[in-house]
Design a binder for this molecule. Sequence first.
Ligand code: URA
Length: 221
Amino acid sequence: MSGAALSVLAAEAAGCTKCRLAEGRTQVVFGVGNPDADLLFVGEAPGFHEDKQGEPFVGAAGQLLTRMLDETLGLRREDVYICNILKCRPPGNRDPLEDEIEACTPWLVEQISVIQPKVIVTLGNFATKFVLNTQQGITRMRGAAYPWHGRTVIPTFHPAAILRGGGEGSRQFAELREDLELVGATLARLEPERPGPRLPEAEPATETVHALVSDGQLELF
Ligand code: URA
């Protein structure tokens, strides 16, 4: 059911011209994975390889993410859903601009509404700031689970930032691993919930986070 709805959405997005990125893209990189996934990863934007192949996280950062998924959670890419804040590649991999985020994120809102993931992992600053509606950087936000519209959001470092930084010997790499372990523990805690009553959501460890979406959008979730 979700698969069909997501395919319709992807077909619609394939022709999107809501922002300037439509002009330079090879193709829209909508998302990949299990349309009924409990776990959704949200990155920043497609890079060179993603733009060519039409699939998110297939370059070096994607290979690191795929390996960490397996090592920390025992999951394959096909078990989760992976997408980005922006569905088209910004020229030269520059940062997303405000108006591009505004134009593109309705697709993400619809994806969340269809997939209904239990846990959302935001990779890096852009995804975290958008989803949790915060100005705090990823270094402050990571390491905690945030309740969000009946789901849990767990921010962590973007794998590309780890590759640009100290790589696998870095503190960030160890913290990415810790965050993914928190994802595993959160999913395990939610698992027995299914037939029985809901357990209380984890409190944010650092601060109160305000939801991004307006009341109107909230109904989508
Ligand atoms: N970085 C991202 O944020 N997304 C991708 O799909 C690839 C690299």
